[in-house]
Structure formats: structure tokens, C-alpha cells
Design a binder for this molecule. Structure first.
Ligand code: PMP
Length: 286
């Protein structure tokens, strides 16, 4: 089946979706994106992704081209047309094609480029890694200072992922001023006793949609949440560690820079949080 994608108001076979070489997304990484998971044909935490999209666009001085209801309709149309059961919908908005290359933004604003596509991933919620846990290494965080904006500048996170692969592990955690900021494409957590520790929100990290939901569920489940930076040594000495993201949900971390975390096997609290997250999110999926 040929995949149907969305480009600027049209549903097209993927091979027919074409974008100008002058698009600022292509030349300047001048754009933002969102990834919403699909489970059982439904969107997970869609309102959260819409809210963050609005915020990212506003931070870059771009007008949101659609209402939340319009975004939702496009997402549902793509999920239906591509018969996605489990997987994701990727959405990207760039500052458009001004017709030439220039550092200055087009002023007044021109039409943005809006692209959405789906990727199927059957059994997404049954990822075997949830049973074995993942291993991470640490690398310096040399990204720009506005990581709270979900831009398409993903070169350094891609390099971090490749550094992890080369080291024979699953991901990298970024470290700045001696403290973990986040993973290449996820938020990072450690657990000590009944206490979940994760870096506080700021410009230093992406405000994960999954993070917000998981912390809410953790508090509801009588766990303690402490939002502060932690070091790699602290992670290595923690009882458990895990990451969250829209596509990995809650994933245990069992090794940091070659040192086992806790028993070296996925911990009970991370497993429970994953269970609660999936259960609650499936209830509110649309
Ligand atoms: N941090 C970074 C750098 C990310 O790329 C992501 C995933 N987009 C996250 C955190 C997790 O965010 P979310 O839970 O909204 O997927």
C-alpha cells in the first residue's frame, strides 16, 4: 500500500509530495515538529501535543496555521487512510519558502509548509525492551539554549544516538555542567526509594508531554517527585532509572556508562509507571 501523506492542504501519495529547495525548514532547520503515538488506531495525549505545538510556534514568532480541531481531523484522516493501528503521526511546520536563501525571516510572514505523515509500528506498546531495559552512555550537551522549543534541528541528538550505537548501547544522556539534561529524544529520571528525581522544566530540556503525564500519575500513586538536576554518579547509585517519550512511553534504564543501575534489571517502580501510563492513556485516547 502506498503511504498517503499530507502536504499543505492536500492528501498525496508520498512520492508526489514535493517541497521547494528554498524551504526554510530544509535550508535553516527553521521549523518545529510533533510526534503523536497511535495505539489501537487512536491518538495518545493529543491535546498535550497540540498545546506544545502552539507554544513552539509562538516562541519562534510563527502563526499556528490550524486550530486544534483541524489538526485532529488531519491526524485522523491520515491514520484512517494508512490503516495505522499502532505507530505514530509526525507533524512538521516550517517557516515556508521565501523563494531565495536569506538569514532574515520573510516579513511579513509567508505561508508555512505543513507536512504530516504516519509510520506504522505494530505492537508499539509491547516493545521487548521494556522487559530487558536499555543501556545509556553520557555525552556532553552541546545543543543550543532553547531546547524547550521542539525544532527540527536534530543533528546533535542524531550524533548522540550514533555514539550510543557505536558504544554498543541504546541511547545517550546529555550532560551539562556535571548534570544530566535529558536523553537524545527523551526525558531522563532516576528513582531512590519511593522518590522519582528528574530535571526541572526550563529552557534546558524539552517539556515532554509524556513527562507531564507520568509525573501526574506518579503523584496520584503516592510516589514522591523531586524536580532537580542529577549527576551520572547519582544515576549509577540509584535504585532504578528510566526515560519517557511519546513513542517509548516509560522505558527502564539498567546501565549508565557501563555501571549497572540497581540490580541491573528493570525496576518495579518503572514497570508500574509504564503500566499506569499505558492504561490511563488508552482510556483518554481519541
Ligand atoms: N526530550 C527530547 C530532546 C525529545 O526529543 C523528546 C521527544 N520528542 C522528549 C524529551 C520527550 O518528549 P515527549 O514525551 O513529548 O515525546
Amino acid at each position: 500500500m502506498t503511504r498517503t501523506v499530507y502536504l499543505n492542504g492536500e492528501y498525496l501519495p508520498e512520492a508526489e509530495a514535493k517541497i521547494s529547495i528554498f524551504d526554510r525548514g530544509f535550508l535553516m532547520a527553521d521549523g518545529v515538529y510533533e510526534v503523536t503515538s497511535v495505539l489501537g488506531g487512536k491518538l495518545i495525549d493529543f491535546a498535550g501535543h497540540c498545546a506544545r505545538l502552539s507554544r513552539s510556534l509562538a516562541e519562534l514568532g510563527m502563526t499556528n496555521p490550524h486550530t486544534d480541531a483541524e489538526w485532529q481531523a488531519i491526524h485522523h484522516e491520515l491514520v484512517t487512510r494508512n490503516a495505522v493501528i499502532d505507530g505514530m503521526v509526525y507533524l512538521q511546520v516550517t517557516r515556508g519558502n521565501p523563494g531565495d536563501r536569506s538569514f532574515a525571516f520573510p516579513d511579513p510572514e509567508i505561508a508555512p509548509t505543513v507536512v504530516l505523515f504516519t509510520q506504522s509500528n505494530p505492537g508499539l506498546a509491547d516493545n521487548p525492551m521494556a522487559k530487558t531495559g536499555m543501556k545509556v552512555i553520557s555525552i556532553p550537551d552541546v545543543r543550543w539554549g532553547r531546547r524547550d522549543i521542539k525544532t527540527v534541528q536534530l543533528l546533535y541528538p542524531s550524533m548522540g544516538k550514533m555514539a550510543a550505537k557505536k558504544a554498543g548501547v541504546d541511547d545517550s544522556w546529555f550532560v551539562e555542567d556535571g548534570h544530566v539534561t535529558e536523553g537524545t529524544s527523551n526525558n531522563a529520571y532516576i528513582i531512590k526509594g519511593n522518590r522519582i528525581i528528574t530535571r526541572q522544566l526550563s529552557h534546558d530540556i524539552l517539556h515532554g508531554i509524556t513527562r507531564a503525564a507520568v509525573l501526574r500519575f506518579a503523584v496520584e500513586a503516592q510516589m514522591e517527585v523531586e524536580e532537580r538536576p542529577f549527576t551520572i554518579a547519582e544515576a549509577q547509585g540509584a535504585d532504578e532509572a528510566f526515560i519517557t517519550s511519546a513513542s517509548a512511553f516509560v522505558m527502564p534504564v539498567v546501565e549508565v556508562d557501563g555501571v549497572a543501575v540497581g540490580t541491573g534489571a528493570p525496576g518495579k517502580i518503572a514497570a508500574r509507571l509504564r503500566e499506569i501510563y499505558l492504561e490511563e492513556m488508552l482510556k483518554s485516547a481519541i
